[in-house]
Ligand binder design. Structure first.
Ligand code: TMP
Ligand code: MG
Length: 212
């Protein structure tokens, strides 16, 4: 049996509050993996480029109003419309660094008071990440970082609720990084954590679906 036949890319997800540094750290991580000769792409959810993504974007910028359940399902649909491409990329050996995923979906919607199990249901069957990294920052600290950009959820009181919901969701497999450390330190810790997963997936670690 050819052991390398199941070799694939790793699905790495970064989660955290708004202004926790996910976007900067994801792109730094992508550059690092590229420099080490790995095939890698930077993805983010919501993906605002699709028509579903445009509806989400207009909701987030307060240009449209939607029922909480409706917007929740749109965020989920936005992941479903990318699922098959995602799987194809991973199987072609491309590592995917994903800035937010289903955990954002559940944390932000349940912070509004929606039932957690209801929130998880539409995520069942999406690809399960090989690794979830949580960039940990106090909501107060995040809000001090150059201020929020003015999107719908970028408010301290709401972010406190989201932080609590992330805590409920968090499981022992998550890697937590203190996001208040200097950027270079966060970057270094992230590289070390991700490396093991990239190697494990190259060796043929199986791919699972949410929500186990
Ligand atoms: P962004 O700032 O990373 O582009 O994300 C936009 C906002 O959308 C952010 O406040 C988190 C929120 N969000 C959800 O509410 N549900 C989701 O499924 C995702 C991916 C993001
Ligand atoms: Mg944002």
């Amino acid at each position: 049996k050819n052991c390398s036949s199941n070799s694939r890319g790793a699905l790495i997800v970064l989660e955290g509050l708004d202004r926790s540094g996910k976007s900067s750290q994801s792109s730094r991580l992508v550059s690092y993996l590229e420099s080490q000769g790995h095939a890698v792409e930077l993805w983010r959810f919501p993906d605002r480029n699709t028509s579903v993504g445009q509806m989400i974007s207009s909701y987030l910028s307060n240009k449209s109003q939607l029922d909480d359940h409706t917007i929740h399902l749109l965020f989920s649909a936005n992941r479903w419309e990318k699922r098959s491409v995602m799987e194809a990329k991973l199987k072609a050996g491309v590592n995917l660094i994903v800035d937010r995923y289903s955990y954002s979906g559940v944390a932000f919607s349940s912070a509004k008071g929606l039932d957690v199990e209801w929130c998880k249901a539409p995520e069942v069957g999406l690809l399960a990440p090989d690794l979830v990294v949580y960039l940990d920052i106090l909501p107060e600290k995040a809000s001090e970082r150059g201020g929020y950009g003015g999107e719908r959820y970028e408010q301290l009181e709401f972010q406190k609720k989201v932080a609590h919901c992330y805590e409920v969701l968090r499981d022992p497999s998550w890697k937590i990084i203190d996001a208040c450390q200097p950027m270079e330190e966060v970057e270094k810790q992230l590289q070390e954590i991700v490396w093991d997963q990239v190697v494990a997936c190259q060796k043929g670690k199986p791919l699972f679906n949410l929500w186990r």
